[in-house]
Design a protein around this ligand. Structure first.
Ligand code: SF4
Ligand code: SF4
Length: 395
């Protein structure tokens, strides 16, 4: 079987166009002929107060501008859209404006929210979790160039090419999918179901790893200057390589593992042809959002490691975004007190509230009662160990 190609290219002297062009060519190039509309799908999740804070969260608009120029050189005669659906509680048009994406209209393309041409209900053929969902018509009827960002993610560990396609789902339907998924693994299955529907429409994935994000992603992490562009026709292979560049095992990312297990792409590095730079030459140890205990292969420790959103105690502006986005109505914002209240008996730890909060005042903490359980567990283990030692000494 022919190995999928993944290109790794350095951005030199801030020249995005040359890097993107080289990456796309190395990855096999764009098709000679496209007769449908073209959807360029970046990550336009949200915006912060300054451009410096915003750029690590979103696909850099300059990467998208480069793609537009490259597509136009092909003379396809297709209509080109740049579209996304921002975080569920947000007005995408405002995010497009605030992130600078609206300026791309000067290239003669339409920049809009993903549902601007309507949406259609679709049932995946072999659903892993998501029996049906509503897709934007733009994503269903176009050829797609997927343009994700390299970032960590509190729920899915990383957000790369497969996760980026979640933005093809309009508005609050995204919240419903979080509720259907319920856990990180369940949600990742939903993401793979979404990928299974869009997979054959994607002609190229171009990943912006110019300034990536580590730690508390996808919107409250720290920037990491990587100066890289990655590209591949296989989103699974691209995610596997990107994860390895972040010095993390691809098998620890549910979306990559589940997609590969279901033959939607290749995640084994030995089965991928890496072109351009070598992984080892560009690798950087990314700070992951999870703590050490999450990798222990014992269900109880996974359970003990569950986290919950928590209000920082100050800084809330009562914008209600967290309340609106919560898929299980576990948040009530008190407008007078200017603070959110959480119902942890309902919360499914999807962390959409943390992602959407413009002030960054919702943090993720380990569940307190779990801490007590953990403490109790250690005391119990210490007690058993003591009994064993005493028994051995007395034997
Ligand atoms: S409270 Fe936050 S983390 Fe919990 S379900 Fe609602 S949006 Fe998700
Ligand atoms: S916690 Fe954040 S998202 Fe929720 S109302 Fe306050 S500022 Fe808005």
């Amino acid at each position: 079987m022919k190995k999928p190609k993944v290109a790794i290219v350095r951005i030199k002297n801030g020249d995005f166009l040359s890097a993107v062009k080289e990456a796309i060519e190395l990855a096999g190039g764009l098709p000679d002929k496209i007769e449908k509309d073209i959807l360029i799908k970046p990550n336009i999740l949200t915006f912060k107060k300054t451009e410096e804070e915003t750029i690590p969260i979103i696909t850099n608009p300059e990467v998208v501008r480069s793609i537009i120029k490259i597509v136009k050189e092909k003379d396809y005669k297709s209509k080109i859209y740049v579209a996304d659906s921002s975080g569920s509680g947000l007005d995408t048009s405002k995010v497009i404006e605030k992130t600078g994406f609206s300026k791309l209209e000067e290239e003669g393309v339409t920049v809009c929210q993903i549902s601007s041409n309507g949406s259609t209900e679709v049932e995946p053929k072999n659903p892993l979790k998501l029996k049906k969902t509503t897709f934007s018509n733009l994503s269903l009827n176009s050829v797609i160039i997927n343009v994700p960002k390299m970032k960590t993610h509190t729920l899915t560990r990383v957000t790369l090419a497969i996760k980026n396609l979640f933005g093809t789902i309009p508005g609050m339907e995204k919240s419903r999918i979080h509720a259907v998924g319920n856990t990180a693994k369940g949600f990742s299955k939903c993401l793979v179901d979404i990928y299974s529907i869009l997979k054959d429409k994607i002609v190229m994935n171009v990943m912006d790893a110019s300034i990536a994000m580590e730690g508390h992603g996808p919107s409250h992490g720290s920037p990491v200057k990587m100066d890289l562009i990655l590209a591949s026709k296989d989103a699974v292979a691209l995610d596997a390589v990107a994860t390895s560049i972040m010095d993390e095992k691809p098998s620890r990312v549910f979306t990559t593992r589940i997609a590969s297990e279901n033959s939607y792409g290749v995640s084994n590095l030995d089965d991928i042809e890496i072109v351009g730079e070598k992984i080892d030459d560009v690798k950087h140890k990314f700070k992951m959002p999870e703590k050490f205990i999450s990798f222990l292969p014992i269900g109880i420790f996974f359970e003990l490691n569950k986290k919950q959103p928590e209000y920082k105690g100050s800084g809330c502006i009562a914008c209600l975004r967290c309340q609106k986005i919560c898929p299980v109505q576990a948040i009530v914002v008190d407008k007078k007190e200017k603070r959110p209240y959480f119902d942890y008996t309902k919360c499914i730890s999807c962390f959409s509230c943390n992602e959407i909060c413009p002030e960054g005042v919702i943090t993720i903490t380990r569940r307190k009662y779990k801490k007590q359980l953990l403490f109790g567990g250690f005391i119990g283990l210490a007690f058993i160990a003591l009994i064993l030692v005493v028994s051995i000494l007395l034997a």
